[in-house]
Structures are given as structure tokens and as C-alpha cells.
Design a protein around this ligand. Structure first.
Ligand code: PGA
Length: 256
């Protein structure tokens, strides 16, 4: 079995000005210790407006928190008003880029094809995509969870090479659990993360699939992280609401 280092990611969504972001990272860095960073990789995903400020702070104080972005445009540059390109993020030392978050898919109409283009662009620029997949409540109740998630996985990872796969992170985020206070049971999270790994094994081979990190996301809190992390195929969490507060996020990073 490949040893996977867990990844705990804070997706701040459209919250925190660059000044708030600096204060949050300072508190986080003050709370977390070397032992925490050895146990898990930690990333924060501020809004685009705060990336430069957070990068400067992380660099200046040698804080081992990875910088992440919440989205990206697949093109290198061009006439795409309002968009941000992969080279722009790479130059800011961004390590992880969320692609295909359900809010992007639902509120901004992103398709699997677009998610796939973004994911490939992130890989091309030597960053790691965190590719979000997940079912709606209707799909879950109709027993279509695996079909939906594995369908997204296959479409979103189209054209990914075996070499690049090691950099891909999958976030299983049931849409009904996001921001609702209603999280998937640890057993449900495990079942879907395992199904994801099995599908990856069929396509890329068991050895490579065993090295891919699968996060769970959706109403993760300090109270439920321990049971989620106890699951064999759950390799971390993508945390929204609870990541805005540095104390809560630090408790999640230090799960027991
Ligand atoms: P939540 O968001 O933790 O607030 O449910 C998770 C996410 O959207 O990644």
C-alpha cells in the first residue's frame, strides 16, 4: 500500500479581504507546529485578490502552508475579461488549484469538458488540481451516486498521463452536504472514495491509483473530521465554512 500524506485544504470561497486573509494565515501559522505539517499537508485557497498578500507572508516567514487557488481559466493568456490564467497562478507559487467545484458547476454552468481543460492546464503548469466531484440529493436518493461521481471522474481526467496522475487530488463533495451542516457519514465517504480509487486503478493501474489522494468535503468540522480521517480511503478534507476561522481550521488539521 502506498503511503498517502493527508491533505487538508481550506476553501475560503468569496470570503476574506486580503487584510483578513493575512490575519487568518498569521493565526494559523502561530497555532500549527512542525509536527502538524509533518502529519498532513495544509493548503489555503484565498480569493484571487488575496493570493499575492498570502504568498508574500508565507515566503517571508517560511510558513509551510501551501498556497491554493479556487479556479483558473484554461488558456495561457488572451481576451478573457475577468479571468486568471495558469501562468499567473504558477508565478505566485500556487501549488493547488480547485477545479470543478460544485458551486462553479451549478452557479456558473461549468461543464465536465471545461473542468477537464482546466485540470489539464493546471497539470501543464506543474501545479496540482483538486478536482471536485459529487452527487445531488436527488441523485443520491435515486441510487445514482457512484454513476454520477465516476462519470465526472472519467470526463474530468480525460487525457491525464500516468506521470501526471500523482499530482491529481480528487475531492469527493456530495453537493447536498456543502454548506448545509449535513455531512456524509464516514462510511458513505469511504465507500465513494474507495469507488474512486477502484475506477482509477482500472484506468491507471493499482499502484498509481494507490498513490492518489482522495479528500472528502462537505460540512467538515472539528467534531466530525476524526471519524472521516479514520477511513482507509479518505486522505484529507476540503473544508469550506470551518476553514474561515483559523482556530477551527487548526483543530481540523490536528484531528485525532
Ligand atoms: P463547507 O464547504 O465545508 O462549507 O460545506 C465545502 C466546500 O464547498 O468545499
Amino acid at each position: 500500500m502506498a503511503k498517502r500524506k493527508p491533505l487538508i485544504s481550506g476553501n475560503w470561497k468569496m470570503n476574506h479581504t486580503h487584510l483578513d486573509a493575512i490575519a487568518v494565515v498569521q493565526k494559523l501559522a502561530y497555532t500549527l507546529s512542525q509536527a502538524d505539517y509533518e502529519r498532513a499537508d495544509v493548503s489555503v485557497h484565498p480569493a484571487f485578490t488575496a493570493l499575492r498578500s498570502v504568498q508574500t507572508l508565507l515566503d517571508a516567514d517560511s510558513i509551510p502552508i501551501a498556497l491554493g487557488a479556487q479556479d483558473v481559466h484554461p488558456a495561457e493568456s488572451g481576451a478573457f475579461t475577468g479571468e486568471v490564467s495558469p501562468p499567473m497562478l504558477a508565478k505566485l507559487n500556487v501549488s493547488y488549484v480547485i477545479v470543478g467545484h460544485s458551486e462553479r458547476r451549478q452557479l456558473f454552468g461549468e461543464t465536465d469538458e471545461q473542468v477537464n481543460q482546466k485540470l489539464l492546464a493546471v497539470l501543464k503548469h506543474e501545479m496540482s488540481p483538486i478536482c471536485c466531484v459529487g452527487e445531488t440529493l436527488e441523485e443520491r436518493e435515486a441510487g445514482e451516486t457512484e454513476a454520477k461521481v465516476l462519470g465526472q471522474l472519467q470526463a474530468d481526467l480525460k487525457g491525464v498521463s500516468k506521470e501526471a496522475l500523482a499530482r491529481v487530488v480528487i475531492a469527493y463533495e456530495p453537493i447536498w452536504a456543502i454548506g448545509t451542516g449535513r455531512n456524509a457519514s464516514p462510511e458513505d465517504a469511504q465507500a465513494v472514495c474507495k469507488a474512486i480509487r477502484t475506477a482509477l486503478a482500472e484506468r491507471f493501474g493499482a499502484e498509481l491509483a494507490a498513490g492518489v489522494r482522495a479528500q472528502y468535503g462537505g460540512s467538515v468540522t472539528p467534531a466530525n473530521i476524526g471519524d472521516l480521517m479514520a477511513q482507509e480511503d479518505v486522505d484529507g478534507a476540503l473544508v469550506g465554512g470551518a476553514s474561515l476561522d483559523p482556530e477551527k481550521f487548526a483543530q481540523i488539521v490536528r484531528w485525532r
